[in-house]
Design a protein around this ligand. Structure first.
Ligand code: AP5
Length: 224
C-alpha cells in the first residue's frame, strides 16, 4: 500500500505521518525533510534547493522526482510507503504514476488534510524542531519540558528558516496555486481520495485518519 499525504503547510502531514509510521511500520518519504538533510550535508541538491525553499517556492520537478525515485529504489517493495509533501504539482503526480509500477508498487489512496489558514499560521509560528533528534515541537500545542530545549537530545531547538511570516504567506499561495489542483486531479482518477479535518487535536486527527484508512482502504494495524 502506498498513500499520499496532501495538504497545506503546517496542517500536520509530518506529525500524522510519524504517528502512522509507528503504528503501521511503514516507511515515510518526506521530500521537505530530504531536502533539508541535503542542505545540512551541503550536497549539490541541497545547494540548488536552498534558494527556492527560502523564498517559499517549489524546488524544480526534475530534482524532486529524481530524489523520490532514488529513495523508492532503496526500499523493499513489501513495505508500505507514505508520501509526505510529494507530489506537489501535476507533473510530479504524473511522474509518480510512471515510477510506481517500475518499482513494483501501486498507489492506494490520497489523504487530504484541511485546515483554515489562520490555524496553519499559528501552528507554523509555534513550530520548533531539534536538528539533533529530528523531533518537532510546538510552543503553543506541544511544548518541550524545558523551553527551547529538546527533551530527547538536550540541545537547543530551532525555528525553520522558511517559517518566517513573509515566507509562510508565499508557501500558502504556492499551495493554492500549484498543489491544491492535485486534489481534483486525483478525484478525476480511480484513486480513492480521503478528506480529513485537520483542525482538531493531534490525537483526534490520528483517530480520524486511522478509521478512514481502515474503512476506505482496508489498512489496519496489520500493515500493508
Ligand atoms: P515541507 O517540509 O514539505 O513543508 P510543508 O509541506 O510546507 O509542510 P510543513 O512541514 O510546513 O507542515 P506539516 O504539514 O508537515 O506540519 P507539521 O506536522 O510539521 O517543504 C518545505 C519546502 O521544501 C517547500 O516549501 C519547497 O520549497 C520544498 N519542497 C518540499 N517538497 C517539495 C516537492 N515535492 N516539490 C517541490 N518543492 C518541495 O505541523 C506543523 C506544526 O503544528 C508543528 O509544530 C506541530 O507540532 C503542530 N501540529 C501538528 N498537528 C497539530 C494539531 N492537530 N494541533 C495542534 N498543533 C499541531
Amino acid at each position: 500500500m502506498n498513500v499520499i499525504l496532501l495538504g497545506p503547510p503546517g496542517v500536520g502531514k509530518g506529525t500524522q505521518g510519524e504517528l502512522l509510521m509507528e503504528a503501521l511500520g511503514w516507511e515515510r518519504i518526506a521530500t521537505g525533510d530530504l531536502l533539508r538533510a541535503a542542505r545540512r550535508e551541503g550536497t549539490e541538491l541541497g545547494r540548488k534547493a536552498q534558494e527556492y525553499m527560502d523564498a517559499g517556492e517549489l524546488v524544480p520537478d526534475d530534482l524532486i522526482v529524481a530524489l523520490v525515485e532514488e529513495r523508492l529504489e532503496d526500499l523493499s517493495s513489501d513495505t508500505g510507503v507514505l508520501f509526505d509533501g510529494f507530489p506537489r504539482t501535476v507533473p510530479q503526480a504524473e511522474a509518480l504514476s510512471e515510477v510506481l509500477p517500475r518499482v513494483g508498487r501501486e498507489l492506494g489512496g490520497v489523504v487530504v488534510f484541511e485546515c483554515p489558514d489562520e490555524v496553519l499560521q499559528k501552528r507554523i509560528s509555534g513550530r520548533r524542531h531539534s536538528p539533533d533528534s529530528g523531533r518537532v515541537y510546538n510552543v503553543y500545542f506541544d511544548p518541550p519540558e524545558t523551553e527551547g530545549i529538546c527533551d530527547e537530545a538536550g540541545t537547543p531547538l530551532v525555528h525553520r528558516q522558511d517559517d518566517r511570516p513573509e515566507t509562510v504567506a508565499r508557501r500558502l499561495e504556492v499551495y493554492k496555486e500549484q498543489t491544491a489542483p492535485l486534489i481534483r486531479h486525483y478525484e478525476n482518477s480511480s484513486t480513492p481520495v480521503l478528506r480529513i479535518d485537520g483542525d482538531q487535536s493531534m490525537d483526534e486527527v490520528q483517530t480520524a485518519l486511522r478509521s478512514a484508512l481502515d474503512e476506505e482502504l482496508g489498512v489496519g494495524d496489520s500493515g500493508a
